[in-house]
Design a protein around this ligand. Structure first.
Ligand code: GLU
Ligand code: MG
Length: 463
């Protein structure tokens, strides 16, 4: 059995932090704390406590049924060999060092949780602990992974579905900014207040679509941040009489919302994507890591593009990265290598995985990407030739000739790849893999035979 961290010392440190924190929160006018986890369906679930109960929650957790490991996106419940049924309890242990005061929800703070058993052990099905375990695996190999999730979302007036979007273009249009000025300013200010390093904000290509990118951090921190940013966007939207959707596809047939992941790798403070002899200055280790990700990509999409609507988004020539290939600044390659501007490459060079979306659990994405990359490093893999065109424009023969594979086109296809991936199965362990696969299967069955409109509508306000 895999014992995920945090360690006993870490838990003791957290408890010490909690009482001081509770006092300072009250002074700041915070009354309640939202404790969130992202489940295997990619839905963020919450329990809340008043600030007066925070210390107790940090020490002993708050209860939640293990059956949430097999909740589907529509709140129906499946089961796996490992989990199911009404009996049992898990303790949700808030991480006080990740707690933030919510700038768009006055009087509220938020903290992510790790899941423990009632005996105080880390729960082997805990998604956040999985990300931490994989990040440690990387640091044990001397590699620091820095990561960030890019967020695209759709926003429309409260009470409306897709009519009354926040804008109708032009994509990236300055005119749009004039009409969303107050909202955009309030959102950027709130995120900055929360300590999220906002890098950019813009009106995106699709109707009603916006995007924010935020500064990278360690993998668990990056997943925490994306949960926080999404909640802040939702709350700020509500304040302005709107609501936000992070679903992969919000309007059937339109361009979707990506959840692109950027990562860079560092050894002894040096970027492994610069100054080496591999493609565009990658070091051998950096190249091997990316090659590991590319090799596992047909299985990784089951984690990173996990939902039924994910496959309505993951189509060629929509900048979603529907082909398992890589290219420098190729926005149709699932793996886009970014060198950055000359003069900044030692800090800027990074790899973007474009095929993922935000129906994914970001902790599972972080952990699975690292597991795949490290497997590439272990095997000292090399990258295949770069792809410099839109693979969607190539014939089947040309694709086969260049060894370019279309990524899976359904949950079932992705799941069957995941089931065959020893790298990802071993990394996740049975207590995480079993329930996760059951959820994927359950959702595929729940929406089997349903048309795009119905699928899209059923997912629109779930993520
Ligand atoms: N909206 C596109 C997607 O579905 C991405 C557009 C972009 O590259 O920013 O991933
Ligand atoms: Mg974008």
């Amino acid at each position: 059995m895999i014992h995920a961290m945090p360690s006993a010392e870490e838990m003791a440190r957290r408890a010490d932090q909690a009482s001081a924190l509770a006092e300072s929160l009250l002074v700041q006018g915070v009354r309640a704390v939202a404790l969130s986890q992202v489940d295997n369906a990619g839905v963020t679930r919450v329990k809340t406590v008043p600030v007066s109960r925070l210390e107790r929650a940090v020490k002993y957790g708050v209860g939640m049924s293990p059956v949430f490991e097999v909740f589907l996106v529509n709140d129906s419940i499946t089961s796996s060999d490992e989990v199911g049924g009404p009996v049992g309890d898990l303790r949700l242990m808030p991480d006080p060092s990740a707690l933030r005061v919510l700038a768009a929800q006055p009087g509220w703070a938020w903290a992510p949780v790790d899941k423990h058993t009632q005996e105080g052990e880390a729960y082997a099905g805990c998604q956040r602990s999985f990300a931490r375990r994989m990040a440690r695996r990387a640091t044990d190999a001397g590699i620091d992974v820095r990561m960030t999730f890019e967020l695209e979302w759709f926003q429309a007036a409260l009470g409306s579905e897709v009519d009354n979007p926040i804008h109708t273009g032009p994509g990236y249009g300055l005119p749009v900014l004039a009409t969303i000025s107050d909202y955009a300013r309030d959102l950027i200010a709130a995120l900055e207040e929360e300590g999220v390093g906002v890098e950019q904000f813009h009106p995106e290509y699709a109707m009603g679509q916006l995007e924010v990118s935020v500064a990278p951090s360690d993998p668990v921190g990056a997943a925490d941040t994306t949960v926080l940013v999404r909640q802040t966007i939702r709350a700020m939207a509500a304040t302005h009489g709107m609501r936000a959707s992070f679903s992969p596809i919000v309007v059937a047939g339109h361009v979707g919302n990506g959840g692109h992941v950027h990562f860079s790798l560092w050894r002894d403070g040096k970027n492994l994507f610069d100054g080496g002899r591999g493609p565009y200055g990658m070091t051998a280790e950096g190249e091997a890591f990316v090659a590991g990700v590319l090799a596992e990509l047909p299985a990784l999409v089951a984690v990173g593009s996990p939902s039924v609507p994910s496959y309505l988004r993951l189509i060629p020539s929509h900048w979603a990265g529907a082909f398992a290939c890589w290219g420098r600044e190729n926005r149709e390659a699932a793996v886009r290598f970014v060198t950055g501007m000359l003069g900044t490459r030692d800090t800027a060079a990074n790899t973007e995985v474009k095929c993922f979306d935000q129906s994914a659990n970001p902790y599972l994405v972080a952990g699975a990407l690292i597991a795949a990359g490290l497997a590439g490093v272990e095997k000292d893999l090399r990258l295949p030739d770069e792809v410099t065109v839109d693979p969607g424009g190539l014939s089947a023969d040309e694709l086969a000739h260049q060894g370019i594979q279309r990524l899976p086109q359904s949950v079932e296809e992705a799941l069957s790849n995941l089931e065959k991936s020893d790298v990802l199965r071993d990394a996740m362990g049975p207590m995480l893999f079993g329930p996760f696969a059951a959820v994927r299967r359950g959702e595929a069955e729940a929406f089997a035979g349903k048309g795009p409109e119905e699928i899209v509508a059923a997912h629109r306000w779930r993520y």
